[in-house]
Design a protein around this ligand. Structure first.
Ligand SMILES: NC(=O)c1ccc[n+]([C@@H]2O[C@H](COP(=O)([O-])OP(=O)(O)OC[C@H]3O[C@@H](n4cnc5c(N)ncnc54)[C@H](O)[C@@H]3O)[C@@H](O)[C@H]2O)c1
Length: 346
């Protein structure tokens, strides 16, 4: 491998999107390193163990030492506490793992010659504005996770302006597919639905199930993210990436059940989803427009939801049912805290 190639660091490289992006970069012949604290990622997702370091980016000194040694030219930042719905109940975690960890990474990287950062933000920055969300909208996040992502975006812009490194901000949404963490009871709705069925249990739908999302298959999202990193036209841009076809959660539930049981007629009554009260501040309609991605990247999502769920189901069956891992406790509780979490129903 040539030493003239840029040195790339992928954070959150044992996680879902990060591990796919890592593999794409490695297979392109890049010099690519990965870090993750394994709080939500798995060693089974790490294909190149000798280029992987277990590192908690909340540790300012260890992070600075790692960066001083590696001196990355390009960073893809995926590490996060991405549990949007839980962030109202774990605000320290959202701020520490998102904003603080990011600054711990960015400051030493700037000192050691960072050329470009690809920041994975989120559609959550749009809040409850009119769908489909466009990049030109002014962020109005509805939750702590969205606030943390918006702060990270703004921080990137300010520091890039002062110190001269380039950046691209990607706003993916509702990504699903193989390697997603199936054990998280707080996020990844497709993963929770599938893993519940593997356990032989019903799953739960918050509210009336009429929330709309456009679920985006990983094979559409990861390559577009890599492409955006290397296209000059994408520098300094914010880009929505994901599916164009919104569905309700009720429709998603049916697709997952049909894929698992072959036909809705075969679904046992005890397995039918149960509705529980909606989660505080959950945005009802959230999906994006992708004209910017189409123009800059020629982006067109290819994998439709039924097909993607089938592929993910096949993978999930191959690794088998996974235990759900709950936090020892939430940082704040309230009568509105979902029972699914306080009573560990999932
Ligand atoms: N999956 C989605 O639908 C989606 C949508 C929008 C945005 N995003 C963003 O994309 C990124 C990747 O999401 P994902 O779905 O792959 O989640 P993920 O949880 O699978 O990956 C995040 C990884 O970060 C690691 N991590 C967390 N805190 C860390 C820390 N302090 N130090 C080092 N590593 C740490 C976790 O162990 C995990 O492996 C996140 O920034 C998320 O906010 C994801």
């Amino acid at each position: 491998m040539s030493l003239n190639k840029p040195k790339i660091l992928v954070t959150g490289s044992a996680g879902f999107i990060g591990s796919h992006v890592y593999d794409l970069l490695f297979n392109m012949g890049c010099r690519v390193y990965g870090v993750d604290d394994l709080s939500g990622g798995f060693m089974r997702n790490v294909s190149q163990k000798k280029f992987f370091t277990k590192l908690d980016l909340r540790d300012r000194i260890k992070t600075a030492n790692y960066i001083a040694k590696l001196k990355p030219d390009i960073i893809f930042h995926f590490a996060a506490d991405a549990t949007e719905g839980r962030s109202q109940f774990t605000p320290f975690s959202a701020i520490d793992r998102n904003i603080v960890a990011y600054i711990n990474l960015l400051v030493p990287a700037i000192k050691h010659g960072l050329k470009k950062i690809i920041l994975t933000s989120s559609m959550s920055v749009y809040g409850a504005q009119q769908v489909p969300f466009r990049e030109s909208m002014i962020p109005q996040p509805e939750d702590i996770y969205g606030i943390s992502k918006m702060s990270m975006e703004k921080t990137t812009h300010v520091l890039s302006d002062v110190y001269g490194f380039k950046y691209v901000i990607i706003r993916p949404h509702n990504v699903y597919g193989p390697r997603q963490n199936l054990s998280d009871p707080y996020r990844n709705v497709v993963g929770i639905f599938i893993n519940s069925l593997l356990h032989g249990r019903n799953f739960y739908i918050y509210g009336d199930g009429m929330q709309k999302r456009a679920f985006s298959y990983i094979d559409d999202v990861a390559p577009a993210t890599v492409k955006a990193a290397f296209k000059k036209e994408c520098e300094g841009k914010i880009i929505n990436i994901g599916s164009d076809k919104p569905v309700t959660l009720k429709e998603l539930a049916e697709i997952v059940l049909k894929t698992f049981y072959g036909d809705m007629k075969n679904v046992p009554k005890t397995i039918l989803p149960k509705n529980v009260p909606d989660r505080p501040r959950e945005v009802k309609y959230a999906y994006c427009e992708h004209k910017v991605a189409e123009k800059l990247l020629g982006f067109r999502p290819k994998v439709d939801l039924s097909n993607g769920v089938e592929k993910m189901m096949k993978w999930a069956k191959s690794i088998g049912k996974q235990p759900f891992f709950y936090l020892k406790s939430l940082e704040l509780e309230h009568p509105k805290t979902p029972k699914t979490w306080t009573e560990k129903l999932i």
